[in-house]
Design a protein around this ligand. Structure first.
Ligand SMILES: [Zn+2]
Length: 317
């Protein structure tokens, strides 16, 4: 618990996505006071750095960067917590890997920037709304499957920072090819990319949006089966995580869950049914509250924690 009154302080949250950089400032007490986004003109390393530069210029113009106590940024991809570098394949931002994302910030700001995985930040933002829950699992369903775990208010990273890669849990031996290079990963079945690829492969449906896929699945049995498989695999993998981690809350978000036709209730029911009775008694299963602002809110919370910790360490010296 911070001894510093942060109710009027400003922290900047930045959420790097494949099509835009969302950002906003606020603090843990007030929430998000300002929210906006900057389009990503190109999905290259230079494109991301340029968009973040524009975001920082806009912040400078609006409130002044000197008013920002610290900055919390979320990025897709696997972050090595020891080297601070993104590692492996980053499917939607293929040029955004094997680098420390801090390079997107000017040197004078870097000491006040803290960076984490975007699904971790979503989970942090949602966990803040569940003060009764000690072990909160967050899952995002979009072009990929993201996952985070917040234990007693802190993001769990594992030994290297690679924890909670739920999307790359293998759910089917020798199954469908995944973007990560392996086969049979959950993401190859339950993500938007996975479902649309299955529609193309199994019944030759191509160039269909996820909204049209979901609408058509209500009357087309083949599409319905693809969607049903995705729910089965996702609910099994998620319930196994709840059992392994003894989570007391699971929050499901991501772009797909904002589409009315996506059977989120059915997914939640399946997940619940897979749980042992002891887990069922105490689990909270809910839709994410923050929607597309989750990464920014998580960034604000992470920045606030980072600032408190830095101050406490300085005061102890
Ligand atoms: Zn994979």
């Amino acid at each position: 618990m911070s001894l510093i009154d942060q109710s009027s302080e400003k922290f900047l949250g930045i959420d790097i996505g494949a099509s835009s950089i969302k950002y906003g400032w606020g603090n843990p007490t007030a929430g998000i006071e300002y929210f906006d986004s900057e389009n990503l003109e190109e999905r290259s390393r230079a494109g991301i750095i340029s968009a973040i530069s524009i975001v920082l210029q806009k912040c400078q113009h609006s409130i002044g960067l000197d008013k920002i106590k610290s900055i919390g940024a979320g990025t897709p991809g696997k972050l090595n917590k020891n080297t601070h570098k993104l590692v492996g394949i980053n499917p939607n931002l293929s040029d955004w890997t094997e680098i420390d994302p801090i390079i997107a910030f000017p040197e004078r700001l870097r000491e006040k920037v803290v960076i984490d995985n975007d699904a971790n930040l979503m989970t942090l933002a949602e966990a803040k709304l569940l003060p009764e829950a000690n072990a909160v699992l967050g899952i995002t369903i979009g072009s990929g499957i993201g996952c985070g775990f917040v234990l007693e208010g802190r993001i769990y990273h594992g030994a290297h920072g690679f924890a909670m890669e739920l999307g790359h849990n293998i759910v089917c031996a020798s199954g469908e090819k995944c973007n990560c290079g392996k086969a049979g990963c959950l993401e190859a079945y339950a993500s938007v990319t996975g479902m649309l690829q299955a529609a193309n492969k199994k019944i030759g449906v191509s160039d269909i949006s996820i909204v049209d896929f979901l609408k058509a699945s209500e009357s087309n049995q083949s599409l319905h089966n693809i969607l049903d498989d995705s729910l089965q695999y996702l609910s099994l993998a998620a319930s196994n995580l709840v059992i392994n981690l003894d989570a007391d809350a699971i929050v499901i978000g991501g772009g797909v869950t904002e589409i009315g036709e996506y059977p989120l209730k059915r997914l939640m029911n399946l997940l619940y049914q897979h749980l042992p009775v002891d887990n069922r008694d105490s689990i909270v299963i809910k839709k994410a509250h923050w929607g597309n602002k989750a990464g920014v809110m998580g960034g604000i919370l992470l920045a606030s924690d980072f600032y408190s910790l830095r101050n406490r360490n300085c005061n102890q010296i």
